[in-house]
Design a protein around this ligand. Structure first.
Ligand code: SF4
Length: 326
């Protein structure tokens, strides 16, 4: 069992144990990262820069320039081209709506929409990591046993009434003409394990009641610019209920890992990490999953995959991997 679990790992296990096996036991990842993930990562980098500089009193035009530079730096690090490096006919085909030109317009509109909040709210933390216990202390020495629940908060602020808010930046293409965002997207944050988990963690970290997480949603669209705070609040016992569920899933995961599930040599099937075929449609592991009844027989990643361990403490910043709406 790993020492740390995060929302991404538990989400994979809940979705499909076989998917968890591919990603977190075998450490197989697709050779190329999907464009929505790279765009989401670059957007996060841009907003972290924007909120940080705005909280230091920088003027809006400088904040915009630095945020755009942060976006482009991350974009290039992802190995992606900008529009002027492509033929005009290639731009839409290769980048679609998620391209730097759209991001630049979004950033401009975002600062117009959020500048007042950036001036009013006190920033308590940006990209703040957390490691909190899942189990209560036990035994004679009162030690807390692993795994610990870990993550990284995009933004922690105190509003004008002194209330602490967790802000999570998200991008989506789920456009609706009426409100800018599809209702199903807005409703996807309740219930939502990440919202509950982050509230649980911040309550422990600050040792004071924090009841609200606001999703800072940004629409990615060719022409439309929409931003929306989606407030998510949890009642007093909701986090207790979430913790109970978390322990249930961690317990299931521990049992699955302890069993080992190593089939006898030559076995045609794996006898473990059950498939959940309800989530195959958008699964990255569809090809290896259908091609291999017993992936234990294979040492190397299959064609189109490489090996890269998920370290929730190091790599948590790219948790957008599991949250993209693509
Ligand atoms: S293709 Fe389906 S069964 Fe296989 S790992 Fe993905 S979600 Fe699970």
């Amino acid at each position: 069992m790993p020492k740390y679990v995060d929302n991404t790992m538990l989400g994979a296990f809940k979705r499909c144990p076989r998917q968890y096996y591919f990603r977190h036991i075998r450490h197989w990842v697709p050779d190329t990262r999907a464009l929505p993930l790279s765009f989401g990562l670059a957007w996060h980098e841009a907003l972290h820069t924007a909120w940080s500089l705005a909280s230091q009193g920088q003027p809006k035009h400088e904040v915009l320039g630095a945020a755009l530079a942060a976006f482009l730096k991350c974009w290039r690090e992802e190995g992606l081209p900008t529009e002027d490096e492509l033929e005009p006919t290639e731009v839409r085909e290769k980048l679609g709506v998620r391209r730097p030109g759209v991001a630049a317009e979004m950033l401009h509109a975002y600062l117009e929409a959020r500048w007042e909040h950036m001036q009013r709210w006190r920033v308590l933390g940006i990209e703040r990591p957390f490691i909190v216990p899942i189990w209560p202390p036990s035994g004679a020495d009162g030690r807390v046993r692993p795994p610990f629940y870990v993550g990284r908060i995009d933004l922690l602020v105190e509003d004008d009434q002194g209330e602490v808010l967790i802000i999570e930046h998200k991008t989506t293409t789920q456009y609706a003409r009426t409100t800018g965002f599809r209702q199903s997207y807005i409703e996807s944050f309740n219930p939502n394990a990440q919202v509950d988990g982050y509230l649980y963690a911040v309550n422990l970290l600050l040792n004071r009641p924090v009841r609200q997480l606001w999703v800072d949603a940004a629409l990615v669209h060719d022409r439309e610019r929409h931003f929306k705070f989606i407030p998510c609040s949890r009642r007093e016992h909701a986090l207790e209920e979430w913790l109970w569920s978390l322990r249930y899933w961690v317990d299931q995961l521990e049992r699955e890992e302890e069993r080992g599930w190593h089939p006898p040599a030559g076995s045609p099937i794996m006898y473990g990490w059950a498939r959940n075929d309800q989530h195959c449609f958008s699964c990255l592991y569809r090809d290896p999953c259908t091609a291999m009844l017993n992936p234990e027989e294979r040492d190397e990643p299959p064609l189109g995959f490489r090996q890269e361990a998920w370290d929730p403490l190091e790599i948590n910043r790219i948790r957008v991997e599991e949250e993209s709406d693509a």
